[in-house]
Design a protein around this ligand. Structure first.
Ligand code: HEC
Length: 156
């Protein structure tokens, strides 16, 4: 009897340790992102990015909305490419994955203090941000990794 109880306790501890491990390993929270100068080397998620999903997010007006500011010939079939930011054709030949991850997470850290490019994975979006977006990031960690996987396909 005593023995059985001990086994149950040990099992419980193992399950708890395992689920805690998954929670930590699964997704990096915005506040825990570590910049190494302008780079973020570690992926935000344990699940690899999906370039096909990233391509859709890139032109989604409510999510990435990258097209509003960036020309991208790979999406020539989509209307209204903006020209505020530099064209992203061949961007993966100019930046490493870690650099592009940094730019996506927070362009103010990775590119310039004054950039108008939104920080897609930071929570301090502004004092008067709409209530439903308070404390939220524009993109989820997985969406950042998906867009990143797509950007990696844009080579010169
Ligand atoms: C509101 C406009 C805006 C949006 C939306 C935007 N960007 Fe930008 N982005 C810029 C600007 C402006 C720059 C140039 C940096 C600067 O301000 O000096 C830039 C720079 C970049 C760069 C560096 C390019 C280079 O050649 O130096 C990358 C990569 C990039 N953006 C990716 C993205 C992606 C991916 C998205 C969508 C998730 C996105 N941007 C959304 C405005 C925007």
């Amino acid at each position: 009897m005593k023995h059985a109880k001990k086994i149950i306790t040990v099992c419980g501890a193992v399950v708890m340790a395992w689920s805690a491990g998954v929670a930590i390993a699964g997704v990096t929270k915005p506040g825990d992102v570590k910049f190494d100068d302008t780079k973020v080397t570690a992926p935000l998620t344990t699940e690899a990015g999906d370039a096909a999903k990233g391509k859709v997010l890139f032109s989604n007006r409510k999510k990435g909305n990258c097209l509003a500011c960036h020309v991208n010939k790979d999406l020539a079939d989509k209307p209204f490419h903006g020209e505020i930011g530099p064209p992203l054709d061949g961007v993966a030949s100019r930046y490493s994955t870690s650099e592009m991850r940094g730019i996506l997470i927070n362009a103010k850290v990775a590119l310039s203090d004054e950039t108008i490019m939104p920080g897609f994975y930071k929570v301090d979006a502004g004092a008067r941000v709409a209530k439903k977006f308070k404390g939220k990031t524009i993109l989820s960690a997985q969406q950042v990794e998906d867009i990143l996987a797509y950007l990696q396909t844009l080579k010169e």
